[in-house]
Design a protein around this ligand. Structure first.
Ligand SMILES: [Zn+2]
Length: 261
């Protein structure tokens, strides 16, 4: 995968990866069925039901915090997703076409069209399946529940959960200034929000570990409350009841950082 990315980076600003089940049951692998090398084609929203990945987790982890795509541009690629803002200025939640910014102060606002993102995962959410759950005592318990619902562990799934939570632990990073520190160092000084008795929506993705250099592996969820006053990246939770909506995606379109825009 990385070899393919390296090969096309000088010619294009994106690569399209489709997930495919191997006929052999010995192991589920991700197969690159098609790499889209055409710049003009990649700038148009794809007809395929794919997640759009803006830059890579590897780049973000190394301190690539400068925004490279405006939220006006990002909205072309989806109405649902997670990410962050220029200079790592808070968490992003996209839900029903609205883009929210949860700053380290805890204040929630809507993103302006000219604000930019250095890293986001986004797509147009269409629910494939709906499930209901009673009490879940932790994020790990939710992950176990979600794992039982996800049929193809080698694919990316959009996850939307409407929930009543008796407890919630969220975080948001602090806005960074140059010289940027690596993400692991920045997160040692993040803001933590502990909330009780709150209703809202979890927004995020399941991604296979194989994609760990590109997007967050495993379960990556953000939260936005029904009153739109609380949100953040989910660290832990206690759910009373939940409606779980899953959206199995057919591929991932990676958009390389384009600093010319
Ligand atoms: Zn996050």
């Amino acid at each position: 995968l990385l070899r393919v990315s390296d090969t096309i980076q000088n010619e294009s600003n994106c690569v399209l990866i489709f997930f495919k089940m191997l006929p052999s049951p010995r192991k589920n692998l991700i197969v690159i069925a098609l790499a889209c090398l055409c710049l003009s084609a990649c700038q148009q929203p794809s007809n395929e039901h794919v997640v759009h990945q803006i830059a890579t987790l590897h780049a973000l982890s190394q301190g690539a915090y400068d925004g490279t795509m405006t939220y006006k541009q990002l909205a072309q690629y989806g109405d649902f997703g997670v990410g962050t803002y220029d200079k790592l200025d808070g968490e992003m939640v996209a839900l029903d076409g609205d883009f929210y910014q949860i700053k380290s102060s805890g204040i929630v606002s809507k993103a302006g069209a000219t604000q930019t993102t250095p890293y986001s995962s986004i797509h147009f959410f269409h629910s494939d399946s709906t499930s209901f759950s009673g009490a879940l005592e932790s994020f790990d318990a939710l992950k176990t529940k979600l794992s039982s619902l996800i049929q193809h562990k080698d694919r990316v799934y959009g996850i939307k959960i409407k929930a009543t939570c008796s407890g919630l632990k969220l975080r948001s990073p602090k806005r960074q200034e140059i010289p940027y520190l690596p993400l692991a160092d920045v997160l040692k000084d993040q803001s933590i929000f502990n909330k009780e008795n709150i209703t809202g929506t979890f927004v995020g993705y399941y991604s296979p570990a194989d994609l760990g250099a590109i997007t967050a592996p495993g379960f990556h969820l953000h939260f936005i409350s029904d009153d739109r006053k609380t949100g953040g990246h989910v660290l832990d939770l206690t759910i009373t009841r939940a409606e779980i909506y899953l959206d199995e995606l057919s591929g991932l379109q990676l958009h390389f950082s384009d600093t010319s825009q």
